[in-house]
Ligand binder design. Structure first.
Ligand SMILES: [Zn+2]
Length: 276
């Protein structure tokens, strides 16, 4: 399995640096323990698991959504595999525990009212994502259509039809946590020596998705399960909790240190008049 994955590393589509880091991370994490567990991933991807780790009844720090008008912003769109300048619908989402997040919506939503209705699917749920995984989000872009969510430092992009499916599965909050990790923690931790050493020590991956992209997805994939085990142990069935604890003990310890680290976050942005 790991040999096959190594052959599938998309070096042609990655920069030389990215590719060599990917191969290095794979080779670091595929030494003896992993080889004996070849092909043995407990889960396919966190997005496909049924665990309800953030519950509807969990508190949210979301306060209100203010419409800021139309403005030109660049939005990366997976449907086009390109970034373009769009006259987006711009809102600011206000929270009681962090600065406001810019919410921008593709003009395809047509009216401010429709754009607000769409934005409201995410805002309370964003406020349910633990601050440690969310405070780096500066801009949250919303497209129509049905593509996988994606994120980079400070930015998250989602697609309305995919979000509808996640809501039907009661899983949108967990997806937002995953993307929040990309926006907030990836830059500091995904290639940090501490994380790479933990991957090497554990020698296995929790999900096939993390194993396929250990440099890009393992932190976000593992963080959700580790957070649940550490802070809401009753929300994953005992048998699965045991599997997760056995598969990634070193990485769970790193997540615990991240959870305990004091956060240095600017104060919340005061909501403007008419924020609702
Ligand atoms: Zn991801």
């Amino acid at each position: 399995m790991f040999t096959r994955i190594l052959r599938k590393v998309p070096c042609a589509s990655a920069s030389r640096t990215t590719c060599s880091m990917l191969v290095m991370a794979l080779s670091l994490t595929t030494l003896p323990q992993a080889a004996s567990a070849a092909g043995d991933y407990p889960y396919d991807a966190t997005a496909d698991t049924v665990f309800d780790i953030i519950r509807d009844s969990d508190p949210s720090t979301f306060l209100c959504l203010a419409y800021e008008g139309r403005t030109i912003r660049q939005m990366w769109d997976k449907r086009l595999d390109d970034e373009s300048d769009l006259e987006v619908f711009h809102f600011t989402a206000h929270f009681s525990d962090m600065p406001a997040i810019d919410i921008i919506l593709n003009p395809e939503f047509e009216t401010p009212e429709a754009a607000r209705r769409e934005a409201q699917k995410y805002t309370r749920r964003l406020g349910q994502v633990p601050l440690v995984f969310r405070h780096g989000i500066r801009q949250f872009g919303i497209h129509a259509g049905d593509r996988g969510f994606h994120a980079g430092t400070g930015k998250v992009f989602v697609y309305a039809q995919m979000a509808e499916r996640r809501i039907a599965e009661n899983h949108l909050e967990e997806s937002l946590l995953h993307e929040g990790v990309h926006a907030t923690l990836d830059a500091e931790y995904r290639l940090a020596p501490e994380w790479i050493a933990a991957q090497q020590s554990d020698g296995r991956f929790l999900t096939r998705y993390a194993a396929r992209r250990p440099d890009r997805e393992d932190l976000a994939e593992t963080a959700l399960f580790a957070y649940s085990l550490l802070r809401h142990p009753g929300r994953i069935p005992p048998a699965d909790s045991a599997v997760i604890a056995r598969t990634t003990p070193a990485r769970i310890a790193v997540i615990e240190r991240i959870l305990q680290r004091p956060l240095d976050i600017p104060p919340p942005t005061p909501p403007p008049e008419g924020c609702e």
